[in-house]
Write a protein that binds this ligand. Structure first.
Ligand code: FAD
Length: 612
């Protein structure tokens, strides 16, 4: 018979063992934890299957609901439809959504969105697919693609065009030109209007007409709860007070993509095409062979002089016919890494692009007057010019409605370099192939972008030095351009007649684009792997020796202080920049609109750079 003491001690030992056992059960087991998370992931996969089945049962066309296992052959040998449709413009990203729903109407968008939410699946929304950070797609998401929503109509009395959310500029501009009308489009033919206008919309018309978002008068959106809303400025129906419709419209005018619901139609006020427009380029400090047969930039004009002349010209109130312009300045390798450069004596290759309203003669006169005095006794810059469009003389028998032409091809090459532009020796493999390089300004390619904007008062003297310092960097490699890797800034003029004359009226709805007073954008860009090089060389491409340093150059430029520059432009998206920096004084009101009117309790309409 055990003593009472011994019995007690047995109980204590038993309890301790139990507790130890329990404690060991509570000790996190990494294997089990991983399995639990995998089980949730398995649920997501299962939900996707249920979603897919439900979408088909609801009548969504199977040929337009692409997945890795349900696709169909594409017209690209070796790729199926899912693989071709998954590709976005920035080929640095290669997301694999669960499905790509190629929607053709508001009803289809609504159906797919509601089902995605019902089955607890993340969504992405895509129109032109040109988001620089690839936020128009995502792994394991339901990708709602609106690029097939392509209805178009134009109302003469209101001068407003109703434009389906799927239009890219090269498809839209000829339709508008048929009516003798235009909108303030961008510089790349394949960019989608829907993403562009929500970011603000900068382009070759900005000096004269402002940002494209200034003309957005209405839109059809599918909100966070799946409800369809027509947004427009209806404050007059509410004693002049804000309404959900007017607030969302304000947010859509520059508040960035995806935050405000899924757009299926945009209503944009148009302007009349001028009688004659020319697109021109003026280049300085381009490459030429030196005595040792190396290609080096000509020392034609110090960069600082070109930059200051361009700035004076965009700020001037006497250059109304310069509809819009940007100035590209190529980054150059810093020759002596240890010494500070004299920034008055730097010669970067520079190209000014512009749209001119009027005759070629007047345009050339303008170029002479503006840039003729730079660097006396130095060779003149190279000038090229093409007539883009305007009124065509009505030939006998010509149908009415054909009295304007507008060549969309001339949207291209405002900002992109192409290997075809390089008169430098090319990589040996390519020479062996003896292939001529076609310009590829509109071809998808990997790239990285960041940006700043120049304040109303312009850059300080220190600011110029800091800007040119970012463009003269040890991270830039001499050989990069010959390998198809280009690093440069484009400075895009905002200031001009439109913003000079804009009166802030108390009754106007205004725009959420926060940089109306800024002089110009500074867009840092690095691009590589032009189509044909990529095809020939795949991973054995010497460009990859330089790409990381080029992206480090973007990071260094992002953090560089430039006195007189601030903020960042959401359309030139760089995910490392905090969201409030993009939206400045508009940020708090945008957050309020998202919380109050978008009916999106769980923030389904979310990517990294959306409002909340
Ligand atoms: C080569 C190139 C040139 C460019 N040139 C210019 C220029 O000259 N001026 C300028 O201002 N910008 C320019 N951009 C930037 C461009 O305006 C933005 O990347 C814009 O967001 C692209 O719109 P998208 O419809 O093509 O892209 P997408 O990638 O489809 O969309 C961009 C954003 O909008 C959202 N979105 C797309 N469709 C919808 C929808 N139906 N409803 C709600 N949200 C939606 C996406 O989710 C994403 O967040 C250029 C970009 C590139 C790649």
């Amino acid at each position: 018979m055990q003593s009472e003491q011994a019995q007690i001690s047995d109980v204590v030992v038993g309890l301790t063992e139990q507790l130890t056992q329990r404690a060991s059960q509570n000790t996190p087991d990494p294997h089990n934890q991983r399995r639990e998370v995998q089980a949730v992931f398995a649920d997501t996969f299962n939900n996707f299957k249920l979603f897919y089945q439900a979408a088909l049962e609801s009548g969504f066309c199977k040929a337009r609901l692409l997945s890795q296992t349900s696709n169909g052959l594409s017209d690209v040998p070796g790729l199926n439809n899912y693989q071709t449709e998954a590709m976005i413009f920035n080929t640095r990203f290669g997301q694999q959504p669960f499905t790509i729903a190629l929607c053709e109407s508001t009803l289809e968008v609504q159906l797919i969105y509601k089902l995605a939410i019902k089955y607890n699946l993340p969504i992405r929304v895509r129109s032109g697919g040109h988001d620089h950070e690839g936020e128009c797609s995502g792994n394991h998401t339901i990708l709602i693609d609106t690029s097939r929503i392509k209805h178009f109509s134009y109302d003469d009395s209101s001068e407003v065009a109703c434009i389906g959310a799927g239009y890219r500029f090269y498809q839209l501009t000829p339709k508008l030109a048929e009516q003798g009308r235009m909108i303030a489009h961008g510089t790349c033919a394949t960019v989608g209007l829907t993403g562009f206008i929500q970011g603000g919309g900068w382009g070759p018309w900005t000096r004269k007409y402002g940002m494209c978002c200034e003309y957005l008068v209405g839109a059809t959106v599918v909100l966070g709860n799946g409800e369809v809303l027509e947004v427009y400025d209806n404050r007059s129906e509410n004693n002049g007070k804000e309404t959900p419709e007017s607030e969302i419209l304000w947010a859509l005018r520059g508040g960035g993509g995806m935050s405000w619901g899924i757009i299926t139609e945009l209503r944009v006020k148009t302007f009349e095409l001028p009688d004659e427009i020319h697109r021109f380029e003026v280049s300085w400090n381009q490459l030429e062979k030196n005595a040792s047969d190396e290609y080096v930039p000509q020392k034609q004009r110090p960069t600082i002089e070109v930059l200051k002349a361009w700035e004076a010209s965009i700020e001037s109130k006497c250059t109304a016919d310069l509809l819009g312009t940007n100035l590209k300045v190529n980054a150059i390798a810093k020759e002596d890494k240890n010494t500070k450069e004299d920034y008055q004596k730097l010669y970067h290759p520079c190209t000014m692009y512009g749209y001119w309203q009027g005759t070629e003669k007047d345009m050339k006169q303008y170029i002479d007057d503006t840039f003729g005095n730079i660097g006396k006794n130095t060779p003149k810059p190279t000038v090229t010019c093409t007539k883009v469009g305007g009124k065509v003389k009505q030939a006998a028998g010509m149908a009415s409605g054909q009295k304007y032409h507008y060549d969309h091809a001339l949207l291209s090459n405002w900002a992109r370099e192409s290997i075809a532009d390089q008169n430098v020796p090319l990589h040996s493999l390519l020479q062996m192939q003896k292939q001529a390089f076609k310009p590829d300004y509109d071809a998808p390619a990997p790239h990285k972008i960041t940006s700043k904007l120049v304040e109303e008062d312009g850059l300080s003297e220190a600011g110029y030095e800091q800007l040119l310092d970012t463009l003269t960097s040890p991270l830039i490699q001499q050989e990069s351009a010959s390998l198809g890797l280009f690093s440069y800034v484009t400075l895009g003029a905002i200031v001009g007649d439109f913003y000079h004359n804009l009166k802030e009226s108390e009754t106007a709805l205004g725009v959420s684009f926060p940089y109306q007073k800024s002089l110009y954008t500074i867009q840092y860009q690095t691009w590589w792997n032009e189509e044909i090089k990529n095809k020939l060389e795949l991973q054995n491409n010497p460009v990859y020796v330089d790409t990381n340093r080029a992206m480090d150059w973007i990071s260094a430029s992002r953090s560089a202080e430039i006195q007189g520059a601030y903020g960042a432009f959401i359309s030139f998206k760089d995910a490392s920049i905090p969201t409030p920096v993009y939206f400045q004084q508009s940020y708090n009101r945008l957050v309020k609109i998202k919380k109050t009117y978008i009916k999106d309790d769980y923030n389904h309409l979310r990517t990294r750079k959306t409002i909340i």
